[in-house]
Ligand binder design. Sequence first.
Ligand code: UDP
Length: 241
Amino acid sequence: MQNRPEKLINDGVRLDGRGPDEIRPIKIEAGVLNRADGSCYIEWGGNKVLAAVYGPREAHPRHLQDSRKAIIKYRYNMASFSVEDRKRPGPDRRSVEISKVSREALAPVLMLEYFPRSSIDIFVEILQADAGTRTTGITAASVALADAGIPMKNLVSAISVGKADGEVILDLIREEDNYGEADMPVAMITETGDITLLQMDGNLTGEEFIKALNFAKKGCESVYKLQRRSLIEKYEKSCSD
Ligand code: UDP
């Protein structure tokens, strides 16, 4: 791993030239995979993430079936080549934890009771990682679920906030995530302001926490607009084809 840069923020300017409350460039494309029911590809700064959704389909094995509602399966997988030091392939504690919290971040918007005994399967593949992969994954999965036509009350948007060199910052890059004072991924139903995921590593004062949450809200509003636009573009394209 690289050494810690001498400064993460210089006169209010971050290593990649952004101000504290600016997000990295984001490109979202819906419906990129022919064989999935729904899919989404996101490039978010240095992150490249693909999400695929299958279902609702009969849940297997059958003992997992819930007679009242669909179950959600979420698999977050970081490719070996996605990070600087090759990642050992296969699940590990981190990916199991991220899969669990991501599934819980999306569950509140899904109308699961329409599909008893079914399963909605979400696969998130991290092809390239530069911090914020769980939030990029949730954002991509939300678009892929909508692309699959699964009844949803709303979209979920996600972004990370944190603190580096004493400043509250939005949308951390890897150096800020690794060497900063705090990292706090947040997912929310942007239209209602409901928070569906909030984790934190590090320390923030109460005041900094409120500021970080406001940054996250602002970030999610931008992400939400891009998510909606990607779905509109997909349907405009399929209408003109
Ligand atoms: N990372 C890595 N190897 C790993 C796990 C993470 O290099 O095995 C890097 C990767 O760039 C990731 C970042 O560390 O995006 C931050 O990881 P974290 O666990 O905080 O999750 P994330 O911010 O990606 O949701």
